[in-house]
Design a protein. Structure first.
Lengths: 548, 128, 219
């Protein structure tokens, strides 16, 4: 399917060819009407970072409440709303768009040697849809909130009071932003690679984003219809999900998890994609097993669609279905393991530098190991019967979502920050923040594995006295984590106030985004690069081959 | 090489023939609905087969999949395959709900005196 | 459009980030097919729910579908099939520089689409009148039969309603294309919007091809 494109003719408008994209057009209006993928990526970046902050505030409130059993700072009803909103914001408003919409939007066309994504106007439209969904979600929060858990299980969600309709409608709208981003990226990767760049010449980041986009396109529509059915059940009492009317609440869970399980791979695949870039760069060594990693990404995406029932072992699903889903679940770990081993081997005999992006990548390797393996524990039906709905599950998914995806996102943010904004941040401050985030994260969530295996249920604001010590340890961990993020915000914003001092290629990487200025000009490249050789040819001295 | 060139030199005859076939098949499916084939499942299967035939004609000829680059057909078929996965696994669950496999575990009766001392205090029930 | 004279003679709608008109067309088609795939999965979810519940409540489904008018359903099927034909003819004429026939066929497509919606209006008002409404609004006392007919009609209104909404969107899009066609925007070098909206319209037809037997014909 290698689609070699003839060298495009650069149309001759001479004026804005030397202005970087940040300064090409001033004022709010030029940003709100831009079709430049880099500007759209930056707009997404601020939006999702704000949502991360909001979701983080809710997280801190949860941990504060759990300092003592019974009521600490809020009632039970409020607690239910707080953890629901924490989950819904983090999943739908932060983590799913984070790497694809903010980072990949910016970096991927550059990596492919393209001038933009396939459908630039659709890209802008996707951002507006995201903002609309965000506003509706905030409206849901301020009009009373939702207390169903981010999973909206029926029949509670179809009968409870609260702004369920608004929140599900917000998620419905946000789904379209995700779908359209996926459409854009698939078309971009198929058709807009630079001349000479075949499928196996593009950076692995693009393979990861491609696999993610496949899931976005195939899974999200089922979420859309699930939420519509939920809304109709609330409005008309149709009865599909309500046992009192002859419906099947487990059917809701089937529909919901058909999207939501692949969705967690929408979250992790882009994170893995970032790691595949950072490790070769900071080992100054070509990636080990390029094709294995590329195929593993697609394999993860495809297999992710046939394991969703592992969220439903205790739901009333049949024994046979549970057995089948459990069996297949073990296979989904294999491609992830392949990638992890390949990353580690890539570093062997490399010239490893420990800048902040690499520190995040190394953290990822450990934390994803823990998160992924604990997922396998949960995939065994007999073990999950005991661990389902306990803090063990909470710890598992925070290790993969936060300890892996967010850590990888932070690694990518630090890696591409000079490219995006033309400034270097303070490296010592970055290392301090990384250490605090790493320590704080483990201090918060490692105790939760113990809590869960000893029987502490999730979504409970009250608990037995024997769990208090671990809960308090976890809460203190969350303060360390929060401090790390505050310091990070500090030095990142401080860097924006400096003048642009970043070189085009501060990390001596070989992928194409580093062959243009930091920050890039509006049209990305003065001339579309002609590609020879692979993206990780570190054995070739700089200035030869790909960069010639 | 663009496939659009083939269309500009095509006559519209295939489209007309396809329409006639589609209308004919519509008549067939309506007629078949009045025939009792024994079980309602068979009626359903026949109706779905005819519908799939009609859909294939629309996809191949009206939507030009016959002449397009294969990627478009792959995209179309993929959506159907994944839909099939949703249907298939849900059906496996719904059809096997009553089937409970023996676990081979022994039933143990716990003496009343040794019942656990402190049952957890009534906490807010799990929200699902 | 394949020969190089057309590639070099750039049409005025080629965007700067594409190297050739052909690249832009191929990319646009992939984009539209991806979008159609999402529509298939969304509607498909409804079909799956409908099918699974049919297996659980076959008598209610039979009772429910007896309230539907097969003749009107068949007429609507004919309207949509004809509209698909006129739509592909419009694409054909746009690709062969026949502007007036393009506009004519787009207009005919609109006509069939409106006729579809008119029939739907009659069907819906009949249902409202007879109390055949979704969920808790179903007039079980008046209608009689298994109570899960309320669920059947929930699906009926959801499926035909969302489909009808897509017909309405199609009408708006086709009208827009008709305006552009009459302005002379399209030619054998560039008729992509007609092609793409044609694909969308055919999808609307495809969904009805399955909706009709499932809702109206199966017993």
């Amino acid at each position: 399917m290698a689609d070699i494109i003839t060298t495009p003719h650069i149309s001759g408008h001479a004026d804005h060819h030397d202005v970087d994209y940040l300064h090409d057009g001033k004022g709010l209006r030029s940003w709100l009407t831009t079709v430049d993928h880099k500007r759209i990526g930056v707009m997404y970046l601020w939006s999702i970072l704000f949502m991360f902050f909001l979701g983080g505030v809710f997280a801190m409130l949860i941990r504060l409440e759990l300092l003592t059993p019974k009521e600490t700072i809020m009632s039970a009803e409020t607690y239910n709303k707080v953890f629901t909103l924490h989950g819904a914001i983090m999943v739908f408003l932060f983590i799913i768009p984070s790497v694809p919409a903010a980072l990949a939007n910016f970096v991927m066309p550059l990596m492919l040697g393209a001038k933009d994504v396939a459908f630039p106007k659709l890209n802008l439209f996707s951002w507006y849809i995201y903002m609309a969904g965000a506003f509706i979600a905030v409206a849901a929060m301020v009009t009373g909130g939702v207390d169903t858990g981010w999973t909206f299980y029926t029949p509670y969600s179809t009968t409870t009071d609260g702004s369920v309709a608004l929140m599900t409608f917000a998620v419905f709208v946000l789904g379209f932003s995700s779908i359209l981003t996926g459409v854009n990226f698939i078309a971009t990767i198929h058709k807009l690679r630079a001349p000479g760049m075949g499928w196996f010449d593009m950076p692995l980041f693009c393979w990861g984003i491609y696999a993610t986009a496949l899931i976005q396109v195939l899974a999200t529509p089922v979420l859309a219809i699930t939420l519509l059915l939920l809304l109709m059940e609330r409005s008309f009492g149709i009865g599909i999900f309500d046992p009192k009317l002859g419906g099947d609440p487990v059917l809701f869970q089937h529909f919901f998890w058909f999207y939501s399980h692949p969705a967690v791979y929408i979250m992790i695949l882009p994170g893995m994609a970032i790691i595949s870039e950072i490790i070769p760069t900071f080992s100054q060594k070509t990636i080990f097993g390029y094709r294995a990693i590329a195929f593993s990404s697609v394999a993860i995406a495809l297999v992710s669609f046939i394991v969703w029932g592992h969220h439903m072992f205790t739901s009333g699903q049949s024994q046979l279905a549970s057995a089948i889903f459990s069996f297949i679940t073990f296979f989904v770990a294999i491609p992830s393991a392949i990638k992890t081993f390949n990353w580690i081997v890539t570093m062997y005999k490399g010239s490893v530098a420990f800048n902040a992006p690499m520190l995040y990548a190394l953290s990822f390797l450990l934390l994803f190991g823990i998160g992924g393996l604990t997922g396998i524990f949960l995939g065994a039906v007999s073990v999950d019967i005991h661990l389902h709905d306990t803090y063990f599950v909470v710890a598992h998914f925070h290790y993969v979502m936060m300890g892996s995806t967010v850590i990888a996102f932070l690694g990518g943010l630090h890696y591409w920050w000079p490219k995006m904004f033309g400034r270097m941040y303070s490296e010592p401050a970055a290392r301090v923040a990384c250490a605090l985030v790493f320590i704080g994260f483990n201090a918060t969530f490692l105790p939760q594995f113990v809590l869960g295996s000893r029987g502490m249920p999730r979504r409970y604001y009250n608990y037995l006295p024997e769990f208090q010590a671990l809960h308090q340890a976890s809460t203190v961990g969350s303060w360390i984590l929060g401090l790390g993020f505050l310091i990070m915000a500090g030095y990142l914003f401080a860097s924006l106030r400096k003048k642009m001092d970043a070189p085009a290629n501060p990390w001596h990487s070989r992928t194409l985004e580093w062959q243009t200025s930091s920050p890039p000009i509006t049209h990305n490249f003065h001339e579309i690069p002609s590609v020879g050789g692979g993206p990780y040819d570190y054995y070739r001295p700089m200035g030869k081959g790909r960069n010639a | 090489m663009s496939e659009q060139a083939h269309h500009t030199s095509h006559s519209p005859l295939p489209y007309l023939l396809t329409l006639i076939a589609l209308l004919f098949l519509t008549g067939v499916t309506v007629g078949a609905a009045y025939v009792d084939f024994g079980s309602s499942t068979v009626n359903l299967i026949i109706a779905m087969l005819i519908a799939t035939l009609k859909a294939s004609l629309v996809a191949l000829i009206f939507m030009h999949l016959r002449h397009d680059k294969p990627i478009n057909a792959i995209i179309f078929l993929s959506s159907l395959i994944f839909l099939g996965i949703l249907l298939g696994f849900c059906m496996i669950d719904l059809d096997s709900r009553e089937r409970v496999y023996p676990t081979g575990l022994r039933q143990v009766d716990v003496p009343a005196a040794a019942a656990p001392a402190a049952a957890p205090p009534a906490a807010a029930p799990a929200q699902h | 459009m394949s020969n190089t004279t057309h590639d070099v003679a750039e049409h005025r709608f080629r965007q700067h980030h594409f190297a050739t008109a052909e690249q832009q067309l191929d990319t646009s088609k992939i984009g539209m097919w991806l979008f159609l795939a999402t529509e298939i999965l969304m509607f498909g979810g409804l079909f799956v729910g409908f099918g699974l519940m049919q297996g659980v409540y076959p008598e209610a489904w039979v009772a429910g579908h007896h309230h539907l008018d097969r003749v009107l359903g068949a007429v609507n099927t004919v309207f949509l099939l004809c509209s698909s034909f006129t739509m592909v003819m419009a694409v054909h004429y746009a690709s062969t520089d026949q502007k007036s026939k393009t506009v004519l066929n787009l207009g005919l497509t609109l006509g069939f689409a409106f006729a579809f919606l008119v029939i739907k209006y009659f069907e819906y008002s009949h249902k409202f009148h007879d109390g055949l409404l979704p969920g808790r609004y179903f007039n079980l006392a008046g209608v009689g039969g298994p109570p899960q007919q309320a669920m059947f009609f929930g699906f009926y209104f959801a499926m035909t309603g969302i489909h009808g909404f897509h017909v309405l969107i199609g009408i708006i899009l086709i009208s827009w294309i008709m305006v552009r066609a009459s302005r002379g925007d399209f030619s054998s070098a560039y008729y992509t919007p007609v092609d793409l909206i044609g694909l969308y319209w055919h999808l609307v037809d495809l969904i009805w091809i399955y909706l009709f037997p499932l809702l109206y014909l199966v017993s």
